[in-house]
Design a protein around this ligand. Structure first.
Ligand SMILES: [Fe+2]
Length: 306
């Protein structure tokens, strides 16, 4: 089956995803079509983001819950390599774990971006379930499904390139998740292919699938983490990027699909827990427990250089 026959929002045909895994292994990433409902959901998110991030800072901060890393986050705490070079983006995060929180009920009326991201997150979850099922079938048929819903979040990054002099709005890095799904409405993202950064080339009707370091651990590094960065186009128009960050739920034992010398003895859940600290963020356990705002960011992990 042709990769182009995969329509993320409409098909549950996992055989189409299975046919893509060799391509993912060979080239290190996938661009898959985002048809129908998913494309509409992404466009809705981008439209709501334009309105939200144009608001005064005090208004945006009303929709921030730092203890749970939910909602708005201003530029500063999050970085790709070193704290001295923060990601030059504002962001807005929406965690599945927080869906039942009554405190967030008020956000629906005043912050439609929140609901738009939840809707997109639902659709992206379907894509990831099929992708993971295909990966398990490809790498270790019969392996149990990875549970990820409660530890996963979607994040909108909002860039204003022309406001910054730096050439890179986000330095090169690999994500510390299982996988990241990217939708964007403007150029700027670059990915490393064969040692060279090239434009990600993800169109508005596509999703980019980027393996993270945890997926490399799951596959004995047959899937490599995809290094990426955001270059400054110096365009006056803002750039929005919707990132679906997939983490394993931490209350499970997660065995790799392929074990070899690269991952033998590695506790993948422990890695997932600490991974956010490499980028200035609280641990996954702290975020899920609602303890994320109570302490300063942890020091970087030893040996975390990229
Ligand atoms: Fe990233």
């Amino acid at each position: 089956m042709s990769p182009l026959s995969v329509d993320c929002a409409h098909t549950r045909d996992r055989s189409a995803y299975l046919a893509l895994i060799p391509e993912l292994e060979r080239q290190g990433f996938l661009r898959i079509p985002a048809g129908g409902a998913l494309r509409q959901a992404a466009e809705h998110v981008f439209a709501e983001a334009s309105g939200f991030f144009a608001r005064p800072a005090a208004d945006k901060r009303r929709y921030a819950w730092p203890a749970r890393v939910e909602g708005y986050r201003e530029m500063g705490p999050e970085y790709a390599q070193v704290p001295e070079r923060p990601d030059l983006t504002e962001s807005f995060s929406v965690w599945n774990h927080n869906r039942a929180r009554p405190e967030l009920g008020d956000w629906a009326a005043g912050c439609p971006l929140h609901g738009a991201l939840r809707r997109a997150s639902d659709l992206l979850e379907e894509v990831v379930r099929d992708l993971f099922a295909a990966m398990a079938e490809y790498f270790q048929p019969g392996a149990p499904e990875i549970r990820f819903h409660r530890a996963t979040h979607v994040q909108l990054n909002f860039y204003e390139p022309a406001r910054h002099a730096r050439d890179l709005l986000q330095d090169s890095h690999e994500d510390g998740h299982l996988v990241t799904l990217v939708s964007t409405n403007a150029p700027g993202l670059e990915i490393e292919v064969d040692g060279t950064f090239i434009p990600a080339g993800v169109e508005q009707d596509q999703i980019l699938v980027m393996p993270g370091s945890l997926l490399s651990l799951m596959t004995g590094y047959r899937l490599k983490p995809l290094y990426h960065r955001v270059v400054n186009t110096h365009r006056a128009d803002p750039r929005s990027s919707m990132l679906y960050f997939v983490n394993p739920e931490i209350a499970q034992s997660l065995a790799p699909w392929i074990e070899n010398e690269s991952n033998r003895g590695v506790d993948i859940i422990a890695r997932a827990n600490l991974a956010p600290t490499k980028f200035g963020l609280p641990t996954l356990a702290e975020t899920l427990a609602g303890d994320a705002g109570a302490r300063p960011a942890m020091p970087r992990l030893a040996g975390a250089a990229q």
